[in-house]
Ligand binder design. Structure first.
Ligand SMILES: Cc1ncc(COP(=O)(O)O)c(C=O)c1O
Length: 388
């Protein structure tokens, strides 16, 4: 079996890299956007090179090789047996969220989101003329987030048409359990809601947890759910703009495709397709080794913060490579908190309040990087907090 070197530090500057080149200043250590700093699996790179050597990059379609790779991956990794016909595409998961809002709701309809949550959830509802129903997740003293199902159900009225969920949850790091998903599915059925499930982080699950796609719970759920997946986070392919949705219900699929054709009527990205197929068919071993590395990064960072920076409370993620940090102990919020980390620590993270107003003392730290880079970021934060 190949051994991969996740400690290798790759200079990403000068590649128009969002994380490193659009980072404000070269002396700021970037630990923000959910993008990892590891080299792509060599198996994927080799497949891309083979395709690159063919001298024509013309129109493509979604052939059986690609669809087989997807159905097999979803079956193997998420234990959900899907049909090729259920798979449709999108250049990204975020556009798939917006297309789903447009396809399955009407202007003025209400869409439930569970906050704090990834910013584009708000935009895909609000910017498309729908109304956000904000279900604030409950949080205990250890930073463990849960859904209050009774409260959530009480927020539903006749104009509520959709639940948009994130599993694993960004930024809380929760991997929703079968019990939680079943309770959500029961609510969706009782109120005849469409569910849109963003599962872009589904491949990042730590020991003791299991990814379950809510659509896989029952035929009823499959028939009311759009599930969005992508190889982009998992295999570091976000720049190739390749993601897909699984929609078992043929009427919903038609509605999704009507919006897709109206919005973009795109073919596919030849390199995105090549990379996805190689990733799913050949790079599973790379992912399994990466997960061991990331889990060690998580444990390292959690221990480091608990021991050395007790002013910051860390929510231990069950999945994702994102650490959600409660910085209330620093007595700063919002932009002031961000400025403290930028100016004093020289570390860029994502600002908590962008995920939800209630998260104004939080920051999100990306641990998807070689250990040495993680260590650099943590020690900068420690020094700045101690020097306050
Ligand atoms: C929950 C979630 N959904 C979607 C995305 C982005 O998806 P895409 O780049 O495929 O639009 C991210 C990226 O951070 C994310 O965390």
């Amino acid at each position: 079996m190949n051994q991969y070197n996740f400690d290798e530090i790759i200079d990403r500057t000068g590649t128009d890299c969002l994380k490193w080149d659009d980072n404000g200043s070269p002396d700021i250590h970037p630990m923000w956007v959910a993008d990892m700093d590891f080299a792509v699996a060599p198996e994927i790179q080799a497949a891309m090179e083979r395709r690159l050597r063919h001298p024509v990059y013309g129109y493509t379609f979604h052939g059986d090789g690609l669809l087989d790779a997807i159905t097999s991956w979803v079956g193997r990794r998420y234990h959900w047996n899907i049909e090729k016909e259920w798979v449709e595409f999108s250049p990204g998961v975020v556009p798939a969220l917006s297309m789903s809002v447009l396809a399955f709701t009407n202007p003025g309809d209400r869409v439930i989101i569970m906050t704090p949550v990834y910013r584009p959830f708000y935009n895909s509802v609000r910017e498309n003329g729908r109304v956000i129903v904000n279900h604030q997740l409950s949080k205990d003293e250890n930073g463990y987030y849960t859904i209050d199902f009774d409260r959530l159900e009480s927020q539903i009225d006749k104009r509520t048409k959709m639940i948009m969920m994130c599993n694993p949850h960004n930024p809380a790091g929760r991997v929703w359990t079968r019990e939680e998903l079943t309770a959500l599915a029961d609510i969706a059925k009782r109120h005849d809601l469409i569910v849109v499930s963003d599962e872009i982080h589904a491949d990042f699950i730590y020991s003791g947890h299991e990814h379950i796609s809510i659509a896989s719970l029952s035929e009823d759920m499959a028939n009311r759910t759009v599930t969005a997946y992508a190889p982009s986070k998992t295999f570091n392919l976000a720049g190739l703009c390749q993601s897909y949705v699984v929609i078992p219900n043929p009427r919903m699929r038609d509605a999704y495709m009507a919006i897709y054709d109206g919005c973009m009527d795109l073919g596919s990205n030849v390199f995105g397709m090549t990379a996805l197929t190689a990733a799913y068919n050949e790079a599973e071993g790379w992912l399994d080794q990466l997960l061991v590395y990331l889990e060690a990064n998580r444990d390292y960072a959690v221990d480091y913060i608990r021991k050395n920076i007790p002013e910051i409370k860390v929510c231990v993620p069950e999945g994702t490579y994102l650490l959600w940090l409660d910085c209330a102990g620093l007595g700063l919020k919002n932009e002031e908190l961000n400025q403290f980390f930028l100016e004093k620590a020289k570390v860029r993270m994502n600002m908590g309040y962008r995920f939800g107003e209630q998260a104004d003392t939080f920051m999100r730290l990306n641990i998807g990087c070689p250990r040495a880079l993680l260590d650099e970021g943590l020690s900068r934060i420690e020094r700045a907090v101690k020097a306050r």
